[in-house]
Design a protein. Structure first.
Length: 270
């Protein structure tokens, strides 16, 4: 087994020595990435949905919103498209299959470190989110979007998208570990919809009014969008980026705590 180094002791007995944390993570990640490559059709919804919203929003609102000064609506909508592309993307469905088939239980009797069972899947999630983010950015270039912060701004933009995606994955993994139900995992993305639409997704926050503006102010997705949009304008906005990073960190703290506690509970109960 590639997670172990099989050794013979002085009496001729066979013992198993665990490999390092990195080796465990790499093993789980490779398996998950291979399963992803065998199912490329599963990526279609992750690209079709943000592309649809991007094109429709531009067609419906671009002329209206651009009456306000200093707003490039195509650039304004690219962060929305990329968040829709990467939010909820995870290998939690693979984890459910492993639970149902007993593969996870078999892994638990090996020397593999328990936390790496999730960390390895998350590495595959990062690869997937990065690939989707690059595709959306290319779509933006095709529609004439440019980055005022240059190549470094593009890298930071991709980093924010991947970090957000990773922070959100803790939630579907929590659902997978607690329920072992594929339908529940597939529905876990629905929790994102209120957060996605109660934001300045379509209009700048200063143009929103009433309760909608108040809700958007408390919504962490608002600060992620504003951080990503700041990279599309001229110059760097340290305040906007700091708030976006803080929003990602807060979400990740909550969802990762839930996920790893759920893993510990699953390990304890078998």
């Amino acid at each position: 087994m590639n997670r172990q180094q099989v050794l013979h002791n002085a009496e001729g007995a066979v013992t198993a020595k665990p490999v390092g944390v990195v080796g465990d993570i790499a093993t789980v990640a490779r398996r998950s990435i291979r399963s992803l490559l065998r199912e490329p059709e599963a990526l279609a919804p992750a690209l079709l949905i943000p592309t649809f919203f991007f094109v429709v929003n531009i067609g419906a609102l671009e002329t209206f919103v651009e009456r306000s000064p200093n707003i490039d609506y195509r650039a304004f909508q690219i962060p929305v498209a990329i968040i829709f592309a990467v939010t909820g993307i995870s290998r939690a469905s693979v984890l459910v299959i492993d639970i149902q088939t007993g593969y996870l239980s078999r892994m638990l009797v090996t020397p593999v470190r328990r936390t790496t069972l999730l960390l390895g899947l998350m590495v595959a999630d990062v690869v997937l989110a990065l690939g989707l983010s690059i595709v959306v950015v290319i779509m933006g270039f095709i529609f004439g979007v440019s980055f005022g912060t240059g190549p470094l701004g593009i890298l930071v933009f991709l980093g924010l998208a991947v970090a957000w995606s990773l922070a959100f994955t803790g939630f579907p993994y929590t659902v997978a570990l607690r329920t072992g139900n594929p339908a529940a995992v597939n529905s876990s993305f629905l929790i994102f919809f209120p957060f996605a639409f109660l934001t300045p997704a379509y209009l700048p926050r200063e143009l929103m009014t009433g309760w909608m503006q108040g809700v958007a102010t408390w919504n962490p997705v608002t600060y992620l969008l504003e951080a990503m949009r700041s990279l599309l304008s001229e110059g760097w906005d340290a305040a906007a980026l700091s708030k976006g990073i803080a929003a990602i960190g807060a979400l990740g703290l909550v969802t990762f705590t839930m996920a790893f506690r759920s893993l510990a509970r699953r390990v304890a109960t078998g």
